[in-house]
Design a protein around this ligand. Structure first.
Ligand code: IPM
Ligand code: MN
Length: 341
C-alpha cells in the first residue's frame, strides 16, 4: 500500500506517455504512491459518450492528488466538437474541485531567451471569461448575437491575489506584478487593482508593480528578468503562460499545478502542453513538463525534499538536452531524470 493515493488521468495523444515517465520519476524518489488510472478524454468520449460523470468526480475526490497528462481530440476531429472536453472535463474538474489557483513556474534553461531567470505565474483558475457566462441568440442567422462575459468576484480575486502575495514573499526577489488591462476592462480591472492594493498593505516586504497585458508580452520576450511573480486573470494567464513557456525553454518543459490551497479536496497537476496527436505513440514527446508537474505534486503533498530533487534533475537534464545533437526519446529522458533523483 502506498502512502499517497494518486488518481492518474493519462488522457489523449501524448498524455499517457508523458504521465508514465512522470510516475517513473516519482517512484524513483522513493516516495510511496498507490495509483489508480481513470479512462477519460477524447477516446473515452467517442467510445462511451461520457465526458465526466458525477460518480467519477466523486471517486476522484477521495484521492490525495490527481496527475493528468493531456486531454483533447486531434485537431479537426469531427467526433468531438470544440468545448465538449475542455468545458465538460478540464474546466469541470477545476471548478468542481475548487482548484482556484493555476500555478505555473518557469526556469530559464541556459540556451533559452530567459537564461537563468525564474518566473511564477499565478493564474486565477475558476472565473474570468472561463466561467461560461454568456449565450447565443438567433444562432446561424445573419442576426446572430454572441456574448461571452467575464466573471470576477471579490472572493475569487482576493484569494488569488493573496496566494500570489504569499508566494512572492517566500521568493528571493519578493517581487509581484499584477497583469491586467485596467485601461479598457475597467470594471474587472478596478476590482483587481483595488484588491491588489489593499492586500499589498499586509505584505510590506513585497515590491509591487502593475503591467498591462499587451505590454507584458513585450517584456516577457525582451526583458524576461523583469518579472518575479505575476498574478493575473484566467484568460490572460492562459495566454501569458504559453508565451512564457516558449521563452523559458519550450512548452514541453512547462508545468502546472491546479491548486485547491484550502485543501478541501485533491489538487490536480498537469503539463501546460496539449495532447499533440501528431507526435503521439512515437516516443518523441518531451516528458519534462509532466515530470515537473509531478514534482509540484510532491511538494503539495508535503514531500518538498523529493520535489526539489526532481526539479533539479529536470533542469539538469533539460540543460543537457540543449547540448545534445541527437534527440532523446520520451523514455530516455524519463530514465535520465530518474537516474538523477
Ligand atoms: C491550459 C489549456 C486549457 C485552458 C484548455 C485546454 C481548456 O489551454 O491548461 O492552459 O485554456 O486552461
Ligand atoms: Mn493554455
Amino acid at each position: 500500500m502506498g502512502d499517497y493515493k494518486i488518481a492518474v488521468i493519462g488522457g489523449d495523444g501524448i498524455g499517457p506517455e508523458v504521465t508514465d515517465e512522470a510516475l517513473k520519476v516519482v517512484r524513483a524518489t522513493g516516495v510511496a504512491v498507490e495509483t489508480k488510472e481513470f479512462e477519460l478524454g477524447a477516446r473515452h468520449y467517442v467510445e462511451t459518450g461520457e465526458v465526466l460523470t458525477e460518480e467519477t468526480l466523486d471517486d476522484l475526490r477521495n484521492f490525495d492528488a490527481i496527475l493528468l497528462g493531456a486531454i483533447g481530440p486531434a485537431i479537426g476531429s469531427k467526433e468531438v466538437p470544440p468545448g465538449i472536453l475542455e468545458r465538460g472535463l478540464l474546466l469541470k474538474l477545476r471548478f468542481a474541485l475548487d482548484l482556484y489557483i493555476n500555478l505555473r513556474p518557469f526556469s530559464g534553461t541556459k540556451s533559452s531567451l530567459a537564461k537563468n531567470n525564474e518566473l511564477y505565474v499565478v493564474r486565477e483558475n475558476t472565473e474570468g471569461p472561463y466561467a461560461g457566462e454568456g449565450g447565443q441568440l438567433r444562432p446561424g442567422t445573419p442576426f446572430e448575437v454572441a456574448t461571452q462575459g467575464s466573471v470576477n468576484t471579490y472572493h475569487g480575486v482576493e484569494r488569488c491575489v493573496r496566494f500570489a502575495f504569499e508566494l512572492a514573499r517566500d521568493t528571493k526577489r519578493k517581487n509581484l506584478t499584477l497583469v491586467h488591462k485596467t485601461n479598457v476592462l475597467v470594471y474587472a480591472g478596478s476590482l483587481w487593482q483595488r484588491i491588489f492594493e489593499e492586500t499589498a498593505k499586509e505584505f510590506g516586504d513585497v515590491e509591487t508593480s502593475y503591467c498591462h497585458v499587451d505590454a507584458a508580452t513585450i517584456y516577457l520576450v525582451t526583458d524576461p528578468g523583469r518579472f518575479g511573480v505575476m498574478v493575473t486573470d484566467n484568460l490572460f494567464g492562459d495566454i501569458l503562460t504559453d508565451l512564457a513557456g516558449a521563452v523559458y525553454g519550450g512548452i514541453g518543459l512547462a508545468a502546472s499545478a491546479n491548486l485547491n490551497p484550502a485543501r478541501t479536496g485533491p489538487s490536480l497537476f498537469e503539463p501546460v502542453h496539449g495532447a499533440a496527436h501528431d507526435i503521439a505513440g512515437q516516443n518523441k514527446a518531451n516528458p519534462l513538463g509532466a515530470i515537473r508537474s509531478a514534482a509540484m505534486m510532491l511538494r503539495h503533498l508535503g514531500e518538498s525534499e523529493a520535489a526539489k530533487r526532481v526539479e533539479d534533475a529536470v533542469l539538469g537534464v533539460s540543460d543537457n538536452l540543449d547540448n545534445q545533437a541527437e534527440r532523446l526519446s520520451t523514455a530516455d529522458i524519463g530514465d535520465a531524470v530518474a537516474e538523477r533523483v
